[in-house]
Design a protein around this ligand. Sequence first.
Ligand code: PMP
Length: 303
Amino acid sequence: MNIKTPYIWKNWDFIKWEEAMDHNLTHSLHYWTWVFEWIRFYPTDRWPKIFRLEEHIDRLFYSASTLELKIPFTKEEIKKAHIDIVAKSWIESGYLRPIIYYGTGKMWMNPEWAKVETVISAWNWWKYLADTAIKVKVSKYKRMHPETANIDAKVSWWYYNNVLVSLEVKKENFDEWLLLDTNWFIAEWPGENIFFIKWSDIITPKAWTILPWITRATIIELVQSKLNIKVKEEKILQEQLEYFDEAFFVGTAAEVTPIWSISFNSKNINYLSWEKNSLTEKIKKIYFSVVMGKDEEYKKWLS
Ligand code: PMP
């Protein structure tokens, strides 16, 4: 993956890669006081289009509000900045990373008065997870409790938990980990939400200890409108993993990724999600036709 791009958008200017530097006494470097998004853009029949940009910007502003970060631009201006950096980068498909953070000017814990910096970069990126079904293990780390802070915001500090999990992944022969919450209910993977299928029922963990936003809502809407299935949002215990036929992860980065197996307590549960005629594969196809602008009805989600 090459993330070196000619330009980065910073505080309403395009700056060169080499100029994109911050001071060592940047508040967010010391206290994790930044918010961010993962956004994808795809090649469509005309030019690259950003998927669900408005919803990502809504979440960015919501996340910023939880840290009292006052974004010095309107939502419309931030939207334009994303579209401009894609055009300026000459990339057909890839990834957008807006990040808003407390910069220099204050070194106390309370960040008030530190300068707010707004940075958006775009880089080339296609697949995040493998193209095939993946092997997953339940992690020893738990997803943070919602009473610890706003864990429905995309805020840096709780990604420490996710970074720990991704370091754990490397040490064993699995593709990904699944996190339970502190009450031992299924939560999510550090970068995705999870769905299960039993017969033609589709079930996903209730929005409580997860980041319940864009792709999850997209899938809930698409399976309702295209397959006439109403997704059930429930609390799911680890032991129930044995009961499902199929399982898949969804997220901006992982898109729709079928799960081959989930392991916990030395058990290994296999799923049929990877089969050609599985419901997971059907949902995956629907998702890709929407993000690639092939579905007329949902072109409204592309900017
Ligand atoms: N959970 C976590 C922890 C994430 O970081 C992400 C990626 N943003 C998701 C779920 C999926 O969210 P979305 O579909 O909004 O990208």
